[in-house]
Design a protein around this ligand. Structure first.
Ligand code: UTP
Length: 291
């Protein structure tokens, strides 16, 4: 049983987005659009649907448009009303009022672990969520809610997982786990192993709930060879000290932080969107018929 309620969630968004250059040279990766909304909005909506309404976004240089997106744009709202665009007005004003969002700046991109550590004063002594907005996970039950269910039953840290092909394990943090009743308990995790060394096919995909003990582990974590403080290193230390569980997530998942996953997300979600599906389906059918 958790000692304190889970209310807070952190979105690290201060990375360089190198896999998506040049698109991310001047635009934050988190502001790339899937169909008609930026990635970070999907993320915030998932947190809210999982009853986490205190949100902290870790930003860095060149990330101001994230703050603008969630800010009230009085002029835009007035103009939309003046020209009778009530429906769009409602959509736009909802974005700026959907959540209480705070921002902390990570002055140097010293790694995901360092970005999470920047949240420590804001979190205090409470359990908290961490979400990576470029991992888009959509389904009946929000991914963070799936983690919350296990956290509420155990009071422990919980990590979101998906099964990946052996040929893809080298792209992910991969866990070693064992069944403990209905739960999957994590022994350890390894960053980007080759297929020969991977302890399983279960990959970590940007959804976490942590007890505040993680901060102690992050403070003790030394930078890795590339100079970054790795979240995975601190998670390994945490798993030595307390129970850490894994949840194999249900839902559609897209790694939208690289062009391939981003294009797949736009194509598939576009084909599912009631406003755009009819025309898009026709267009794609025509293209395929010609090829
Ligand atoms: P990634 O490993 O995806 O790095 O970081 P990245 O810089 O965003 O993208 P690539 O790999 O260079 O293309 C995972 C998450 O951690 C955040 C990123 O913004 C992303 O949400 N992050 C990473 C930080 O906030 N600070 C950092 O120093 C590094």
């Amino acid at each position: 049983m958790p000692k304190k309620p889970l209310r807070k969630v952190v979105f690290p968004a201060a990375g360089m987005g190198t896999r998506f250059l040049p698109a991310t040279k001047a635009i934050p990766k988190e502001m790339l659009t899937i169909v008609d909304k930026p990635l970070i909005q999907y993320g915030v909506e998932e947190s809210l649907a999982s009853s986490m309404d205190e949100i902290l976004i870790i930003t860095g240089r060149g990330k101001n448009t994230i703050e603008d997106h969630f800010d009230i744009s009085a002029e835009l709202e007035r103009n939309l009303l003046a020209v009778g665009k009530e429906k769009m007005f409602k959509k736009i004003s909802r974005i700026s009022r959907m959540a209480n969002i705070a921002y902390v700046r990570q002055k140097q991109a010293l790694g995901l672990g360092h970005a999470v550590l920047c949240a420590a004063p804001w979190i205090g002594d409470e359990p908290f969520g961490v979400q990576l907005a470029d991992e888009l996970i959509l389904g009946k039950e929000p991914a963070m809610q799936q983690l919350r269910t296990v956290h509420e039953a155990t009071g422990a840290s919980v990590i979101g997982l998906v099964e990946v092909a052996s040929s893809d394990v080298h792209k992910y943090g991969i866990v070693k786990a064992k069944q403990e009743g209905d739960l999957l308990r994590l022994d350890s995790m390894i960053e980007k192993p080759s297929a020969d060394y991977a302890p399983s096919n279960l990959a970590i995909v940007g959804r976490y709930i942590f007890t505040p003990t993680l901060f102690e582990k992050l403070k003790d974590t030394k930078p890795s060879i590339n100079g970054e403080i790795q979240l995975t290193d601190a998670m390994n230390q945490l798993a030595h000290e307390e129970a850490v569980y894994g949840v194999v997530l249900t839902g559609q998942r897209f790694d939208a932080g690289n062009p391939e996953g981003f294009l797949a997300a736009n194509a598939i979600l576009g084909l599912q969107h009631p406003d755009y599906a009819p025309a898009l389906t026709l267009l794609l059918a025509n293209i395929l018929a010609k090829n």
